[in-house]
Design a protein around this ligand. Structure first.
Ligand code: XMP
Length: 315
């Protein structure tokens, strides 16, 4: 049985022992990075510099909200808009593993640059157990290269600190609750962001579409949960497919893109079951997506696969 109090008690002195100078943390605003930031901040205080990078693949208003949260937590923080750099690096790239590797590499490069400016020696990351288990090693197959693991360049100049490495998500949430962090119940969001929810090339235009669709899925599901219509899924989002299909607007033929809605229940993300969303909720999601994205989307489908054989994200 995981004991969050014991974990916090043991981790802080360990971090003080491990981190001898200034450290940098990538603060995405998700549960893992927020818990990690809070722990390391407790251990080394202002020697920790929290950096938020807007990769261009963040959810609607996310970077704006993260900035507010960093201010509220009283962190020593920097805000970097690297969206143009990311879009350029992913131009023409369709293969999911290549996308992941490029995003991971860029992530480290952006941080190395920030680290040089700040003169830091350590990079703190919120990597959790499923991230490295599924990224493969000599004993396991690579399912997908998780952002924090597979993308790491061989000759990284910074020393890695990963205090949550042995924890599963439900355990990270327990630590978040103990630390009274407002993010404890937030759904997970992958490091590569919306880029892996766009099948094929993750252009700025396609990102805009999936960002809007994800926002609609999140709002409608949260609304339905609040009204007691359904149980809160572990994760819920939209995926833009590289498929076009024929539809009709009024009396005009249209040829538009397809959005797949994904909502799953899980405990540790190693396995999951698709959520049995009530029809009235999925109905509202479909109508809102096709009304809001009239020019772009004319078909919405619901993903009814479990993990295995699929994974939570599509890439
Ligand atoms: P999959 O798609 O592998 O996802 O079944 C399991 C959980 O991990 C999240 N995920 C990631 N998280 N970096 C992360 O920090 C990543 O590269 C990454 N890829 C997937 C996914 O959203 C789900 O919660």
């Amino acid at each position: 049985m995981f004991d969050a109090d014991k974990f916090i008690e043991k981790t802080i002195p360990k971090l003080q022992e491990e981190i001898k100078g200034k450290a940098l943390i990538a603060f995405s605003g998700g549960v893992d990075s927020t818990v990690c930031t809070a722990l390391v901040n407790k251990a080394i205080d202002e020697r920790l510099v929290a950096v938020h990078v807007d990769t261009g693949y963040m959810r609607k208003d996310e970077s704006k909200n993260v900035k507010k949260m960093m201010e509220k937590m009283g962190l020593n923080f920097r805000f970097i808009d690297a969206s143009k750099e990311y879009y350029k690096a992913l131009k023409g790239v369709e293969d999911p593993e290549k996308k992941r590797k490029i995003i991971g590499e860029k992530f480290i490069r952006v941080f190395e640059k920030a680290a040089e400016k700040e003169n830091v020696k350590y990079l703190v990351q919120g990597t959790i157990a499923p991230d490295w288990i599924e990224s493969g090693d000599s004993l396991r197959d690579t399912i997908k290269s998780h952002h924090n693991v597979g993308g790491l360049p061989k000759h990284m100049k910074l020393k890695l600190v990963e205090p949550l490495r042995d924890l599963y998500k439900d355990e990270v949430r327990k630590v978040a609750r103990k630390l009274r962090l407002p993010v404890s119940e937030r759904q997970p969001f992958p490091g590569p962001g919306l880029a892996i929810r766009i099948i094929g090339e993750a252009t700025p235009e396609r990102t805009k579409i999936v960002r809007e669709a994800c926002d609609i899925v999140e709002k409608e599901i949260e609304n339905a949960v609040e009204k007691g219509l359904m149980e809160k899924p572990w994760q819920y989002f939209a995926v833009l497919l590289p498929v076009k299909s024929v539809g009709v607007h009024g009396d005009k033929r249209v040829y538009g893109n397809v959005i797949s809605v994904r909502a799953v229940q899980s405990v540790d993300a190693m396995t999951c079951a698709y959520s049995k969303i009530p029809h009235e909720v999925i109905d509202r999601i479909s109508t809102r997506i096709t009304n809001t994205l009239k020019e772009e989307i004319n078909r919405v489908v619901y993903d009814i696969t479990n993990k295995p054989p699929s994974t939570v994200e599509w890439e």
